[in-house]
Design a protein around this ligand. Structure first.
Ligand SMILES: NC(=O)c1ccc[n+]([C@@H]2O[C@H](COP(=O)([O-])OP(=O)(O)OC[C@H]3O[C@@H](n4cnc5c(N)ncnc54)[C@H](O)[C@@H]3O)[C@@H](O)[C@H]2O)c1
Length: 277
């Protein structure tokens, strides 16, 4: 039996990157998936390649009516909604906080924060009456520590982590779970755009991500999809309010800490003196 047999999922931002990888993996695991995205042509291509197991719906996640309609489309087209993946994202406002306009702040938060709130709200609307469902939202390592992303992005992603806990605390009584996945650098159009100024410059992006990766490997959409799949599936039936970090160890501080490779007595002595001696 596949891990999502009989389930229906809605994935926002499924035309590209992590969302596309997740939709494809979900279908491999027996789910039917609504591919929701602003990029209609690309999203339609993804849906078409998945055959009867997928439906396309044009959805701008900054528009509440679009999110509500995408949820309703899953129910009308596939009969129910079991899994909601709030994935659509952008980098948004960049640069110094002192030079970031309120308008750029609002536009970024609309995609990265408000849309996750609305996706959770509308998924809850159809999941709570059935007393089942799993909501997985995309945070980031920038939602766990500072300095890994632009200010507004970092603030929004910390909010995604917070909402997973807050919504989980309301929805657990109804059997609906809410979790987040916090990817580290992953090879997608978004990262290639940042790293190389070209969304298709995959080779350069892989090398750059490998360089920063404590495990020495570059994360692919499939790596993140595997974590989303776990939280979406019944294997995670005892897990809610959690943020699963998938980052090759980047947020552990990497592999070059002061004590690594030192014999225990050296570490103990250094501890007595203070690490910075
Ligand atoms: N790639 C990474 O390194 C990384 C790391 C941490 C978190 N994330 C998060 O993962 C998620 C997916 O990012 P990705 O790297 O796959 O990016 P991507 O650019 O490959 O895909 C993002 C998708 O979201 C869609 N989208 C953007 N704005 C939208 C809107 N208003 N309405 C509907 N769809 C919209 C885009 O059309 C695109 O298809 C994002 O939330 C991102 O913040 C990515």
């Amino acid at each position: 039996m596949a891990r999502l047999d009989g389930k229906v999922a809605l994935v926002t931002g499924a035309a590209s990157g992590i969302g596309e990888g997740t939709a494809r993996r979900f279908v491999e695991e027996g789910a039917r998936v609504v591919i929701a995205d602003l990029q209609a042509d690309k999203a339609q291509e993804v849906a078409k390649s998945l055959g009867d197991a997928a439906r396309f719906v044009r959805c701008d996640v900054t528009n509440e009516a679009d999110i509500a309609a995408a949820v309703d489309d899953a129910v009308a087209g596939f009969g129910q909604l079991d899994v909601m993946v709030n994935n659509a994202g952008i980098v948004g406002a960049v640069g110094s906080i002192m030079e970031t306009s309120a308008e750029a702040f609002d536009a970024t938060m609309a995609v990265l924060s408000r849309a996750v709130f609305l996706g959770t709200k509308h998924a809850g609307r159809v999941m709570v009456p059935r007393r089942m469902g799993s909501i997985v939202s995309l945070a980031s390592t920038a939602g766990v520590i500072g300095g890994l992303g632009p200010h507004v992005y970092t603030m929004a992603k910390h909010g995604v982590v917070g909402l997973a806990k807050s919504a989980a605390s309301e929805f657990s009584q109804y059997g609906v779970r809410v979790n987040a996945v916090a990817p580290g650098n992953t090879v997608t159009a978004m990262t290639s755009d940042v790293v190389a100024g070209d969304p298709d410059a995959t080779d350069k992006t892989i090398k750059e991500i490998q360089r920063m990766s404590p495990l020495g490997i570059a994360g692919l959409p499939e790596d993140i999809a595997a974590a989303i799949l776990y939280l979406a599936s019944d294997e995670a039936r005892y897990v809610t309010g959690h943020t699963l970090v998938v980052d090759a160890g980047q947020t552990t501080g990497g592999s070059a800490g002061p004590f690594h490779g030192q014999p225990a007595n050296v570490v103990r002595e250094a501890g007595k003196r203070g690490v910075r001696d």
